[in-house]
Ligand binder design. Structure first.
Ligand code: AMP
Ligand code: SF4
Length: 463
């Protein structure tokens, strides 16, 4: 049903025994951020070892191949194909062999000026191995002949623009870098005298690490053996424009992003929706998993009972055989089932995190009505998505965004709901007690230049 691409996750270990195994568990906890491919690269101080493949963490790794990944330092990656498309060559971490020292890179996010940089690097003699924009950073690092590695990375980071959490592993150091707007999250934890790094804190919990702090926008943290971690701020200007969709949809509810618990954020969104768009109804339900917290918030605020009205089948994986059109028309349902006895004859308030193309919501409203719901009132935990994202969430064209084509009343008619309300953007900020968030897919105010980063879209904003 959903083939819009999203996000990735990165995980790193510095100076811990069984680094590969810890990374395996870390990536497993980040699996929701990408199921297309995954990989781990380790070093024992002299050699690098890498294993990667297309599939889930549990499909790609086993005891045998993990045992081959030697060393106390590791980086790992789970991916959805964003820039560059699919295929094994695009599965990270990337490993670069160079006479000045091998190194490996894992990246979450998307660069907006990679096309321009790639063209200029190719003109100077670079040859790219993959179509991923992440490789650009490696080439920039090696174009620069200056000795000091930190300076070299700093300079390269100042040439790229977009969203990133980069983990760069050399034979003796781990560098963690976050873009100057802080679009993607990345956190540091402590484990057994060493450190672990993760896109989300849920993976720190999963490996038993203690949260230390988030990496700040425009910060590079350098882990070096026998030393306390160093840090530098590499950009001239900074902002805290973390992606609002991290809170709304991507992140796991048990993660804390920049001091805000994701479940609490979503619950607050539900509460605001109850205040702003109340309606007489019998029960509140949420689309699992990402809208359950919002539904609980709405129910609490409105005093209308929360019910588990939709059940998700968690075993619809990547390799699941999709039903034929004929079976689909006969009503074969893969992912979600309604709890008919709860819903029949009831006025239902349905919370959903977001509407992208509108097909999922339409399908669910129909399913609830077929299960006997008298009325279905849809409440969406974010504003209408009217603009593409260029920062690693592949909603890349205006055509695929229903709210870029239709106004709210037209969307209501299209999804066949009795009423529809989207949470206004100021309430997203309030829900997270934030002054700033990236809200570009709702309001078109992109925090970076865009450089015609996708297709021939010729919009260039900087706010
Ligand atoms: P649709 O409107 O049919 O495109 O689906 C919207 C649903 O997809 C939302 O309710 C989310 O649960 C989920 N969703 C939102 N953004 C994304 C994304 N970038 N990639 C994949 N799924 C998403
Ligand atoms: Fe996130 Fe939307 Fe900004 Fe993309 S445009 S980073 S999805 S808030």
């Amino acid at each position: 049903m959903n083939n819009i691409n999203e996000e990735c996750g990165v995980f790193g270990v510095f100076n811990c025994e069984n680094a590969a195994e810890i990374t395996y568990y870390g990536l497993h906890a980040l699996q929701h951020r990408g199921q297309e491919g995954c990989g781990i690269c380790t070093t024992n101080g002299t050699d690098f070892y890498r294993e990667r493949g297309e599939g889930l963490v549990t499909e790609i790794f086993n005891k045998k191949n993990l045992a081959k990944l030697k060393g106390n330092c590791a980086i790992g990656h789970v991916r959805y194909s964003t820039a560059g498309g699919g295929g094994i060559d695009n599965v990270q971490p990337f490993l670069f062999r160079h006479h000045t020292g091998d190194f490996s890179i894992a990246h979450n996010g998307n660069l907006v000026n990679s096309r321009q940089l790639k063209m200029s690097l190719e003109a100077q003699g670079s040859i790219f191995q993959s179509s991923s924009d992440t490789e650009v950073l490696a080439h920039l690092m090696k174009m620069n002949r200056r000795r000091d590695r930190i300076e070299v990375i700093e300079e390269a980071l100042n040439m790229i623009e977009g969203a990133y959490a980069f983990l760069i592993l050399t034979n003796d150091k781990l560098y963690v870098c976050r873009d100057k707007n802080g679009l993607r999250p990345v956190s540091i934890g402590r484990l057994n005298g060493g450190y672990v790094i993760s896109s989300e804190t849920c993976a720190l919990e999963a490996v038993g690490a203690t949260f230390v702090r988030d990496v700040a926008p425009g910060e590079m943290v350098i882990f070096d053996k026998g030393k306390e971690p160093e840090n530098i701020l590499f950009a001239g200007e900074y902002s805290h424009k973390i992606c609002a969709m991290e809170f709304v949809y991507f992140a796991r509810p048990d993660s804390e992003i920049e001091g805000m618990n994701v479940h609490t954020f979503r619950k607050n969104c539900g509460k605001y929706l109850a205040r702003l768009a109340p309606v007489d109804a019998d029960l509140v339900i949420g689309v699992p998993d990402s809208s359950i917290s919002g539904a609980i918030g709405y129910a609490e605020e409105s005093n209308i009972p929360y019910e588990i009205g939709l059940i998700k089948n968690k075993y619809v994986g990547r390799t699941f055989i999709q039903p034929s059109q004929e079976l689909r028309e006969k009503g074969v349902r893969l992912k979600l089932g309604p709890v008919r006895s709860l819903i029949a004859g009831k006025r239902v308030i349905l919370l959903d995190d977001s509407i992208v193309r509108g097909t999922t919501c339409k399908h669910i409203v129909r399913m609830l009505k077929e299960a006997g719901a008298q009325e279905v009132h849809v409440r969406i935990c974010c504003p209408p998505m009217r603009h593409p994202c260029f920062y690693g969430v592949d909603t890349s064209t205006y055509e695929e965004l229903i709210s870029a084509q239709l106004d709210v009343e037209e969307v209501r008619q299209m999804i066949e709901a009795d009423s529809l309300f989207f949470l206004p953007e100021e309430y997203l900020l309030k829900a997270g007690y934030k002054d700033e968030l990236c809200l570009a897919c709702y309001n078109g105010k992109y925090p970076t230049h865009l450089y015609q980063s996708k297709g021939e879209l010729n919009i260039e904003h900087k706010f």
